[in-house]
Design a protein around this ligand. Structure first.
Ligand code: SAH
Ligand code: SF4
Length: 373
């Protein structure tokens, strides 16, 4: 069912307590509310039901009643593309017409779903396409969870598989800064982690942040997910330009928060993301400084070749520079894979996400949209 205007409350995005409260509100017998909330939770998040008529363990009369009062509203998929390399990209349109992208990056027997937390992003990292999108709002809990549901609909992973899965991991690396929408992201991830629903372990979830330092500790304590930090520069002068939130929370403060991140230990290391920009941040001296900075923190380094977008002010580092940089980091004992760009042909690679409607509008008017952060 597409998520157009509909006054019925949407069950997607509700946890068990919310469903129970909604049922109680709708006049359900208090002694049955818990059990019925569990039943609905199971149908929506474990079996992926898209309509009450599929819920065969529920009486017909109750199903009809539920249909009158509630909906299971997925966003509309306004565009869907598959890359030559198997990467898939969904552009999802929500009830108010805003859009966000979700990307699936497949491996042989598993795959990561790159989930968005906001429409656009209020931060303006100078190398990121999402950061140039002026139209911004937080996604709701339902809109975040629905990205996973829609991806599973397409890939055909219902009910929640017990063994191997094509959507085996979630990375909060789509559009937006997840820690600037912490409450909704946290609730959505808790729904995703629930063992009787979508059932994805916290070990398979990575949250990427540009450095919203005040929320890092809470994220580790409450969610215990893996943390990735978009570092990209090893001194404040350059990081102030590349990742402007650095002016508020400089590198030293960020490193302190990572040093004490509750979920980090040797088995679960912090990932440092470092975009390789030609002549900007890719010298051997900077590689050595990176190694010095992260010393003592259980770490791995992800070198991301810069993904160009139309009008981008940077170019990707030369392969020799990336190789040299990686070797220095490797020799210091850190794993430092160079992330192969995936889905470049459909603009699905890291940092290229920006809603198609926004692109269209800007092309037509040539003007910036209203900021409504
Ligand atoms: N806002 C969060 C998560 C989304 S961005 C964050 O910044 O961490 C996901 C990753 O893509 C970040 O590491 C970001 O720095 C990187 N990225 C952004 N634009 C990029 C580009 N054009 N090429 C390569 N990586 C990019
Ligand atoms: Fe926002 Fe992350 Fe892009 Fe920076 S890199 S503008 S924080 S989405």
């Amino acid at each position: 069912m597409a998520d157009g205007f509909d006054a019925r409350p949407n069950l997607i995005g509700m946890d068990r307590d919310d469903i129970a409260a909604a049922l109680l509100d709708a006049g359900e017998d208090a002694s049955k509310v818990r059990m019925r909330a569990n039943q609905l939770f199971h149908w929506i998040y474990y079996r992926g039901a898209r309509d009450f008529s599929e819920m065969t363990s529920i009486s017909k009369a109750w199903r009809a009643d539920l249909h009158e009062r509630f909906r299971i509203g997925r966003p509309e998929v306004s565009s869907y593309q598959q890359s030559e390399d198997g990467t898939r990209k969904w552009l999802m349109r929500f009830a108010d017409g805003h859009e966000a992208e979700t990307v699936h990056i497949p491996e042989a027997d598993r795959g990561a779903l790159c989930v968005s937390s906001q429409v656009g992003c209020t931060l303006t990292c100078s190398f990121c396409h999402t950061g140039t999108q002026k139209l911004v709002r937080n996604l709701t809990v339902g809109e975040i969870v629905a990205q996973m549901l829609v991806a599973r609909d397409t890939i055909g992973e219902w009910p929640s598989p017990r063994g191997e899965r094509m959507i085996s991991n979630i990375v909060m690396m789509g559009m937006g800064e997840p820690l600037l929408n912490y409450e909704n992201v946290a609730k959505a991830l808790k729904i995703v982690m629930d063992g009787e629903g979508i059932s994805l372990s916290k070990r398979r979830i990575t949250l990427s942040t540009s450095g919203v330092v005040p929320l890092i500790e809470r994220c580790g304590r409450e969610l215990e997910v893996n943390l990735a930090i978009s570092l990209h520069a090893v001194n404040d002068e350059l990081r102030d330009v590349l990742v402007p939130i650095n002016r508020k929370h400089p590198i030293r403060e960020l490193l302190d928060a990572c040093r004490t991140y509750p979920a980090a230990n040797n088995a679960r290391r912090i990932t440092w993301e470092y975009v390789m920009l030609d002549g900007i941040n890719d010298s051997p001296a900077e590689a050595r400084e990176l190694v010095r900075l992260i010393k003592g923190i259980p770490s791995k380094v992800n070198l991301i070749p810069f993904n160009p977008w139309p009008g981008a002010p940077y170019a990707c580092s030369k392969p020799e520079a990336i190789e040299k940089f990686a070797k220095i980091v490797n020799d210091a004992g850190y794993s430092s894979p160079v992330r192969t760009p995936r889905g470049r042909d459909i603009m699905a690679a890291c940092g290229q996400l920006k809603s198609a409607s926004e692109r269209g509008r800007r092309e037509k008017t040539g003007a910036a949209e209203i900021v409504q952060a």
